[in-house]
Design a protein around this ligand. Sequence first.
Ligand code: FES
Ligand SMILES: [Fe+2]
Length: 364
Amino acid sequence: MTSFDLRHESRSGIEMGLEVGPQRMKGWPYTDFATGWYVIGYSSEIKPGEVKPAKWFNQDLVVFRTESGQLAVLDAYCPHMGAHLGKPSPNEFGGGVCGENLMCPFHGWLWNTEGENTDIPYRPAQPVRARIERKHVRESDGIILMWFDHSGGPPTYEWPGLPYYGDREDYYPIDTTVDGPHLAKPQFPFENSADPHHFQYVHGSGLDAEFDDYTVDGPFITNTMRLVFGAGREESWLTPNGPVKGYVDNFFWGASLGIARFRIDDLVCIHMPTLTPVDDEHCIFFSTVTGTKEPGDTGDVPQGRSGRMMTAQHWQIRNDFHIWQNMTYRVRPIFTGRAEQTRYAFIRRHFDQFYPNPVYTGQD
Ligand code: FES
Ligand SMILES: [Fe+2]
């Protein structure tokens, strides 16, 4: 798949959850989604005064941004008579953002970003106490996050944003692709960080990776992998002066947000591949990437080795999807060797805690 194909196929993310297919992930043991922050789109997709329908976590939702710029996500259906708040009237009579409120297209009731009724136009100054369920949302580095909690609780941690290495001003703006629905689970991209032996077969790398153990801080874990880039080749576009020993720093928050930060001599590339559930089986894939600007480049259009590395991240992760889409999930895999027995087993157990029915806790 070329970069042109990816751009061509990439979609606007917020509404992507409305499209799903019929298949199932075989062997998946969990009864609900993992608690945590999930990417549901990009800030650039929704401007002040805009409203969009969405579907995430089996729930119909409405996403809107007020005239002052505040983003909100509410349950889609109006408590009055059930109209969908994300479907403003096509004739421009009713619905849509009104200042800091969202207007229902059916009878014009106004709802604020907290889901509170602020006005009934034909009964002024007598709003009802009924509320619409509102979601916790954040925006950071141009990425929109929504909190899901299987027990209905509020956020228990914050996402600090992209882990820039050095000065964030030295990086190109984020480059994004969105596609799906996919039969894959949010934690699958992060299992890469515990799987040294798939890089040769899935990603065409010359050697296995070496790993550090994970460092754990509550829902946050991190480790570093060491890889030889350009192994076995005199030169490549990434390694024009021969093989380079590089590093991949992995950062994971819960079982739903993860980042791989590549450091290859003076080039740093940050890739955030995340999957967000639409229903019990399907996820939308958000691939977010940035890289350090080429030496001397003051522009915002990715160039040279950095631009190529950024594009490469978008398509390399697609090689994993080929596996994920067609596999059965082994709750009890045959782990061999120290790396699999300790790190892979560890990361499975770590992710386990974010689900309502842990399948590893209390077992060997
Ligand atoms: S259904 Fe929303 S105002 Fe009547
Ligand atoms: Fe992979």
